[in-house]
Write a protein that binds this ligand. Structure first.
Ligand code: NAP
Length: 278
């Protein structure tokens, strides 16, 4: 069994695709008992010492999250590690996004993680041990133009994790962020577009920025690079606040702390050309 300070039972949300799928399978191969949640469910799998049981679980539905967690606790008596991977992106200019669309984005990426955390914590606090890994994003450090709802939700996940870490100290339960940059997953095809994009004053700029994001994601790293950072977090008794995935992104996140905000803004404008396109 993979040596780690938490235990061998893990719940991975968003396990039907991309980073969550690869994480669930990597953990099972290392001997963990893995439960994978997603709306569509999926195929169970077994590898030597470890296995994956796929559960239908919608993180936007508190009852569905509670049922999944209760079922695991009944069967295993514990959940040692929660990895919040479930997520998606809504694209569009801020002006073109409705309040309802903003809430929808927050419901999956932010409140979804919060619901899962709330469901597993009582049992983790009781045994005075446990780990929560929240998958943030480099987009939760830099606000990506025309994907601002998504960035807002990932900024919120940063805040959630930072506060949670301090709140959990008396019980020794740990929380940590893993922040991927561009990764080639189902995220690109699952991206939704704000209704307002259909007749938008931002037409060509918005379309160009989103095309750029799609290209970057599909030319991005394989999910395995994120899994490596998640495994480092799981091995760590005292995980850091955040692990940014990839050398270039680590440098960018570091530079954000040093550079004036206007310079950071100018750099982002170059990456997702705004002012030059009409
Ligand atoms: N790909 C990237 O470039 C990138 C970069 C930075 C951060 N991230 C983050 O990484 C995480 C994983 O994304 P990914 O790239 O692996 O994308 P993905 O391949 O699209 O996987 C997303 C997963 O989330 C699940 N999901 C979506 N809505 C859900 C809901 N309401 N309830 C339960 N599960 C739900 C999906 O399953 P169902 O559809 O079956 O529900 C799927 O398993 C996300 O939080 C994303 O924001 C991705």
């Amino acid at each position: 069994m993979y040596k780690n300070p938490y235990g061998s039972v893990a719940l991975v949300t968003g396990a039907s695709s991309g980073i969550g799928y690869e994480t669930a399978h990597a953990l099972a191969k290392l001997g963990f008992t893995v439960y994978g949640g997603s709306r569509r469910g999926g195929e169970d799998a077994a590898y030597g010492g470890g296995n994956i049981t796929m559960l239908k679980m919608d993180v936007t539905d508190g009852a569905s999250v509670k049922k999944a967690v209760d079922d695991i606790l009944e069967k295993e008596g514990r959940i040692d590690i929660l990895i919040n991977c479930a997520g998606n992106g809504i694209a569009g200019a801020v002006e073109d996004c409705s309040g309802e669309e903003a809430l929808k984005q927050m419901d999956v990426n932010y409140a979804g993680a919060l619901r899962c955390i709330g469901a597993v914590l009582p049992s983790m606090r009781e045994k005075r041990n446990g780990l929560i890994v929240n998958i943030g994003s480099v987009g939760g450090i830099f606000s990506i133009p025309f994907q601002t709802l998504y960035s807002s939700s990932k900024y919120a996940v940063e805040a959630l994790t930072e506060g949670l870490r301090i709140e959990l100290k008396p019980w020794g339960v740990k929380a940590s962020l893993v922040e991927p940059g561009d990764v080639k997953t189902g995220f690109t095809s699952a991206r939704a577009y704000a209704e307002g994009c259909k007749a938008s004053a931002y037409g060509a700029r918005c379309a160009q920025a989103i095309k750029q994001m799609e290209r970057d994601e599909q030319n991005g790293k394989a999910p395995g690079v994120v899994v490596k950072e998640i495994l480092k977090t799981i091995r760590s008794k005292n995980p850091p606040v955040r692990r940014t995935v990839g050398g270039m992104y680590k440098v960018l996140v570091f530079l954000k702390r040093l550079l004036p905000a206007r310079l950071v803004e100018a750099l982002l404008d170059t990456m997702y050309p705004g002012s030059k396109v009409k």
